[in-house]
Design a protein around this ligand. Structure first.
Ligand code: NDP
Ligand code: OXD
Length: 314
């Protein structure tokens, strides 16, 4: 019952070590260094695997995503005919909530402005609304969005969420679908995107959408924070919106092209905070614990959790 790791961009040896430590008897192989015999591979844990590679493993029973998003798997036109399981773990959720809270507070407490004043050695206090005067809107009220929204509400922000299906959450105003979108945007000062990348969300955050954000907020202007996926945002439109004052500032963790090309103007825009797609990293020990738990469930004949509906795309 071999588990094969096909992970690009992260240290596979370290990840394999995390598995061996928890379950030394489980054979864990690393592609392409030591892929083992293809017919022995029952489970694959993958991140940005080369298209077509899964076809080499005829006895594959579960394909695990090394992240919460599965868009990297859906790029492969020849996905195997087995369950695809995404990564859902409190460790990941807590990391994402940290990022979202950090960046909402960064803009709320005007740290970009204070950093600028510091560079100029100017001692000046800027107007500071209370958290309760600010309206945060979270797009994508799944595992990650819900937790971030709840923690922001605990800090006193007025929080709303928007998702495909209607939700009901204490203390959070919930909007859904196309019919709820404009009302959600019109009451939002800080927009947080935690949507998955699907055919419906690609290019979704554009100039037209950004213009619908509230313009009567207590802060200096609308802010956009994206930790979902880069292809959801139109970067030319974000830059245009920043330069026209439609947007006051942005925090971007994900980009249309990653790594962000050196000549991309987002790198140096004074009102943009850039991070290298690390809002919530998949921590090897937490991933190993999660994957081994799902395999144990499967081998005991119990249902595996977080199986993705591939037709829905997330
Ligand atoms: P979930 O699948 O739990 O949640 C997705 C949410 O998006 C759901 O609320 C869903 O609505 C909503 N949604 C999907 N499509 C649409 C649509 N067309 N219109 C409106 N709402 C939509 O995912 P997670 O919360 O676990 O993760 C979200 C994303 O975060 C991942 O897909 C990944 O891209 C990104 N991510 C980024 C990381 C980073 O480091 N930057 C780390 C981890 C994840 P509904 O509830 O109705 O189904
Ligand atoms: C994920 C990611 O999807 O790290 O988990 O982007």
């Amino acid at each position: 019952m071999t588990l094969l790791l096909i992970i690009t961009g992260s240290p596979s040896d370290l990840i394999a070590g995390a598995f061996s430590k928890l379950e030394p008897q489980r054979p864990v192989e690393v592609w392409p260094v030591n892929p083992g015999a293809p017919e022995d591979v029952r489970y694959i844990l993958a991140w940005n695997a080369p298209a077509g590679v899964f076809q080499k493993f005829p006895n594959l029973e579960i394909l695990f995503s090394y992240g919460a998003g599965i868009d990297h798997l859906l790029r492969d036109p020849n996905l195997p005919n087995c369950p695809v399981v995404r990564y859902v773990e409190p460790d990941l959720t807590e990391r994402m909530t940290e990022y979202v809270v950090l960046h909402v507070l960064l803009h709320h407490r005007r740290l970009l402005d204070y950093q600028d004043l510091q560079r100029q050695k100017i001692w000046r206090e800027l107007p500071q609304p209370a958290a309760s005067e600010l309206r945060v809107g979270v797009m994508g009220m799944g595992v990650l969005g819900r937790d971030a929204a709840q923690k922001l509400a605990m800090l006193g922000f007025q929080v709303a969420g928007w998702s495909r299906s209607q939700k009901q959450l204490d203390g959070i105003e919930c909007f859904a679908g196309e019919s709820g979108l404009d009302r959600f945007l019109a009451r939002t000062d800080i927009l947080v995107c935690l949507l998955p990348h699907t055919k419906d969300t690609e290019g979704f955050i554009d100039r037209v959408l950004l213009r619908k954000l509230a313009r009567n907020g207590a802060g200096p202007g609308p802010v956009f924070i994206n930790a979902g996926r880069g292809p959801i945002q139109n970067e030319a439109d974000i830059l245009g919106a920043l330069d026209e004052g439609v947007l006051h500032a942005a925090s971007l963790d994900v980009f249309e092209t990653e790594p962000l090309p050196e000549d991309n103007p987002l790198w140096t825009h004074p009102r943009v905070f850039v991070s290298p797609h690390n809002a919530a990293v998949s921590e090897p020990r937490a991933v190993a614990r999660y994957v081994l738990e799902q395999i144990a469930r499967y081998e005991r004949g119990e249902p595996v959790e977080n199986v993705v509906d591939l037709a829905r795309g997330y």
